[in-house]
Design a protein. Structure first.
Length: 438
């Protein structure tokens, strides 16, 4: 998901009733009709610096699609704070768009509603085939073993962004590759009102992204193989404590970051108040805030061994945006044509270049536009060391309850009460009790 603004965005509680709800007007089959063949409604997520920026990026492409097909697309760019609730309302009322963006971490949850068109072999064939897409991106499109609920549109991964001049002034020659190095480096940088690392302690989704990756490094997934919540294992507790300790124990994150939830850590970085930030595809935001490309560097996010890979060497969740079709669309053929258009090589290059993301379409990734050092780190991370968040219907509840637990622990750390193993376990036990019973 994007911008944590996405990235999967301001976490919103996904009602438990969702798993039983079906899209009004949908059916158990593919559903949809072609009653309105000359029009489509598209809900796009806010990917750029503002909604107006998104309209400037997207409208010329929608005009191009209309010229090619005769189908007019009505665009609405929906803020992340509103998007999930808007989608949930549409799944129960049946009054939604034809095509929409969803944060990829929502795929399994929304799939369980029955509201979205399943992308079976026939539907994938209509847009050029399933194997056009990067496997890691397809891994965040719904529950494994079921037809995907959406198609990858923009791919993102976490990386470590660092301020070159702040590193040079502190005598630091290279970015940290391990967590021990990050803490050691961070203590050299945290002085004179400056801080080493930015965080978004009140952003529930970002909290989940970070502790999920640390959980992989501690050998846990937060869910069992059969999909049951497993938040209180020693590895889960250690992962959450390690993240919160960056503020409370290691003191390389400013206490004020406990209240951050709206990308303030990116502004701190751009303004030279913070030397590093762990983020997904942040380059476009830094440029919008006045930084030049030579002012920052990009490195893989840390892992214990210093060498990213699979398992304990995972250093990112698979972030991104998927494109979905409501099952009860009144222009099914047009909706599939639109998905084919948006995932074509040309459009993938245009759109992902505009948003600083990586195309999830293999052939589009070969475009020279995606060979910059920053994007190469993200592309390699997605290909070799990123793991999809658990593709379970309860994923959104997981974001809410565990993300809130981490938020509360950050607040305590900011108030001078660093996390302990006992306090972390208590928060995670409370979070697990809030999850639906299987």
């Amino acid at each position: 998901m994007r911008r944590i603004r996405a990235a999967a965005v301001g976490a919103v509680t996904l009602p438990l009733v969702l798993t039983a709800a079906a899209c009004g007007g949908g059916s158990s089959g593919h559903g949809g009709s072609n009653e309105q063949p000359k029009s489509l409604t598209y809900w796009a997520s806010n990917q750029g610096a503002s909604i107006e920026v998104d309209k400037k990026v997207l409208q010329p492409e929608l005009d191009k699609f209309e010229k090619e097909t005769g189908i007019k697309v009505k665009l609405e760019v929906v803020p992340w704070a509103d998007l999930l609730n808007r989608i949930l309302t549409a799944t129960t009322s049946g009054q939604g768009p034809d095509v929409l963006n969803i944060g990829n971490t929502w795929s399994a949850s929304l799939q369980s509603s029955g509201a979205l068109l399943p992308w079976d072999a026939e539907n994938f064939e209509a847009i050029g085939g399933k194997d056009r897409f990067v496997p890691s991106a397809l891994g965040s499109t719904g529950v494994r073993g079921q037809d995907p609920a959406a198609v990858p549109l923009y791919s993102m991964a976490y990386a470590l962004y660092y301020n070159k001049s702040m590193f040079k002034n502190a005598g630091i020659e290279k970015p940290p590759a391990t967590w021990d190095e990050l803490v050691e480096t961070g203590k050299k940088l945290s002085k004179d009102g400056k801080w080493a690392l930015g965080a978004e302690g009140s952003n529930l989704s970002n909290n989940i992204h970070q502790v999920f990756v640390l959980g992989k490094q501690h050998g846990v997934d937060f869910f069992t193989a059969d999909g049951k919540a497993d938040f209180t294992s020693d590895g889960a507790v250690a992962a959450v404590k390690q993240y919160v300790d960056l503020m409370g124990k290691d003191k390389i994150v400013a206490p004020g970051n406990a209240e951050y939830a709206q990308n303030q850590s990116l502004s701190d970085f751009a303004n030279g108040n913070t030397a590093m930030v762990l983020w997904q595809t942040a380059s476009a935001t830094f440029k919008a805030q006045g930084m030049t490309e030579d002012e920052w560097g990009v490195a893989p996010a840390p892992v214990p061994s210093g060498a990213p890979g699979q398992g304990a060497a995972t250093n990112s969740m698979v972030a991104g945006i998927n494109l979905a079709v409501f099952k009860n669309t009144r222009n099914l053929d047009g909706a599939k044509k639109f998905v084919k258009f948006m995932t074509s090589d040309g459009e993938q290059t245009i759109l992902n270049t505009a948003y600083g993301s990586v195309p999830p379409v293999k052939s589009a990734q070969q475009d020279p536009a995606f060979n910059s050092p920053a994007l190469a780190v993200l592309r390699d991370t997605l290909a070799t060391s990123a793991t999809a968040l658990p593709q379970v219907p309860e994923e959104s509840q997981f974001e809410t309850v565990v993300g809130t637990a981490v938020k509360e622990l950050f607040a305590e750390a900011a108030a001078g009460r660093p996390a302990t193993t006992e306090s972390v376990r208590a928060k995670l036990e409370k979070a697990q009790q809030q999850m639906p019973k299987k």
